[in-house]
Design a protein around this ligand. Sequence first.
Ligand SMILES: Cc1cc2nc3c(=O)[nH]c(=O)nc-3n(C[C@H](O)[C@H](O)[C@H](O)COP(=O)(O)OP(=O)(O)OC[C@H]3O[C@@H](n4cnc5c(N)ncnc54)[C@H](O)[C@@H]3O)c2cc1C
Length: 595
Amino acid sequence: MTGANLVVAEGLVFDIHRWITLHPGGQKILQRVIGTDITNDFFYDPTVKTMIQNNFKDYNDYDVEKSSISVLTDDTYKENRQSFIKSKPYSVANAVDRINAIAFKNRRVARHRHSKFATSKLASMVVSRISNLEDNSFQPQQFNEKELQQPSPYIFRRYILSNIEVVTRSNAETLVKKLTFQIIHPDDILPKFLPGDYIEIMSYVNNHVIIRPYTPLQGPSENSFCILVKIYKDGIMTQHLDKQLRNFEVKVRGPFDIADRRTYLSAPSPILDSITRPSSANSHTRTLSRLHMDYIKRPSGIDNNQMNNILGKRSGILLNKEREDLCWDCLFMVCGGTGITPMLQLIQYHIEKANSNFELYLLAAFDKIEDLICPKYLDYLRQKLKEGQGKLEVKYILSKPPPTWRGDSGSIDEVLLYDWIRENYSTPPPAIPPKISNYGGSNFTSNLTHGIQNMQNMNAHNYLNPNNYNVNNNPIQEVSKNNENSKHEQQNNVPLTPKNRPAPIQIPPHNNSIDRQYNQTSPSYSSSPYSSSPLNNSPAILLMNERHNYMSLFARDNSKQVKLVVCGSNHFNRSIRKNLEKLVFPIDEKALFIE
Ligand SMILES: Cc1cc2nc3c(=O)[nH]c(=O)nc-3n(C[C@H](O)[C@H](O)[C@H](O)COP(=O)(O)OP(=O)(O)OC[C@H]3O[C@@H](n4cnc5c(N)ncnc54)[C@H](O)[C@@H]3O)c2cc1C
């Protein structure tokens, strides 16, 4: 119904267009709530709630067709509006707006109580009842009462913007801001957010409705949440959000499940396009729900009730459904730019919910050091975790590093990926020797020889000794002198860039020899597909063998629940996938890409 000004309250839809110009609280306050749920604006007072419910004795049987308040067509709407405007100019509401504008400068218009008259006025504006938007035929799980009390994700709700903070350096070319939102009314229920959830923000910009998805993060209190927004200079929504001041209201719906988005993107259908769904990708239709079921399957042997209490109808695609707390034993996270937001969701979730050990490794790519998002927060979490049962290691890579940067630079290639995984995850014995790969420089061959000697002398105990691995503990390496790269620089006086690293070794695509290797029951270092080659003494082949052996063991190692999650732009994800393929990383079983 175009032209109507609809709001939702207590499961009923109201068209408030006739009331806007008369509203004693001013018209702006009503224009702001159009399209949202105003239940708690009206019904927060229990006596008013009872009154309106008494007015709607036949609440559940309300029949719009038979009601005296018929659904307005565009024409009747226009006619009514014209005659209404002629007879009653904007006087009351306009005057109040002017007063409000002075009294509440830079603040949202005050919340006010509604009189009996206003409540009965609202009652006269019902145009419809909300039907159950959920797909009734799709009920794979039973949900408890708490879950059912969760607000519907399909209806926009208003939240107060309570804090704005820049989380990059202030001289970054494109700032990222953390916006914190909190509930308006004490009765409002903030949905429970999980890793893999996204919300949608709606606003009116130049008379157009704009809706964009964002990744919700835990807020400072249980009634608040945050989003990190990259402020694009020509971005419609981000420019709009950037102009909002503290105490302003923002319209938000959700949470939605990223798995639905993935399903839709991989199975687009013209039919689905015509069905109401969250903007651009999501759908909660029957067809999609069936596809969604693939993700939503709960494994046997786990307390499904507990899992349902946490997940509800969501797939938990980023979570580990083999553990009751849904946490991973070991999680590798690779992200570019604001792709860090789902990783922050995962980190926050593990810190809050894990009831046994976990290891989180974040590899975050940015252009410049100024662009790093929340580095202090991540460092704080890393330190905090040292006291507990978890571990968080952060590694940054910059494509345009400053001269003082001691960390990794360039783009993420298979060498970096391999070294990063390899140094943080040791497969159980029979294992492979300590890492012999080394980025370039004059030490390369001598390190390799040293590595081969180690290989000959080692025993299983050595492989498991964490001291054998090179773990970089400082997440911001701009000033670090204690890592492998800075040692290299000190020795060679040359900063490490992709150019002076040895060229990445191209591993042949998946083939029979690799399959054979994966299928062996008793893996051993000498079982490499290249070991019988006459070139097997060449450093390149040795490195290639090392990587293949490691990945072979990694693929078969079921001692831990391991996942690698990648989140960035389309281009970023494609590039990481290609590099993982070169490493023969078990992508299908252990990697997940989100955009
Ligand atoms: C599931 C999901 C979760 C998301 N979570 C977040 C989040 O937590 N934080 C966040 O900042 N964004 C997030 N986004 C992206 C967000 O929805 C918007 O696309 C983004 O804020 C830009 O919106 P806009 O209206 O300002 O830009 P638009 O007006 O739509 O685009 C205008 C210009 O902005 C720039 N731009 C827009 N999007 C991108 C992009 N992805 N990469 C590079 N340039 C771009 C381009 O210059 C473009 O020409 C998420 C997207 C999805 C699908």
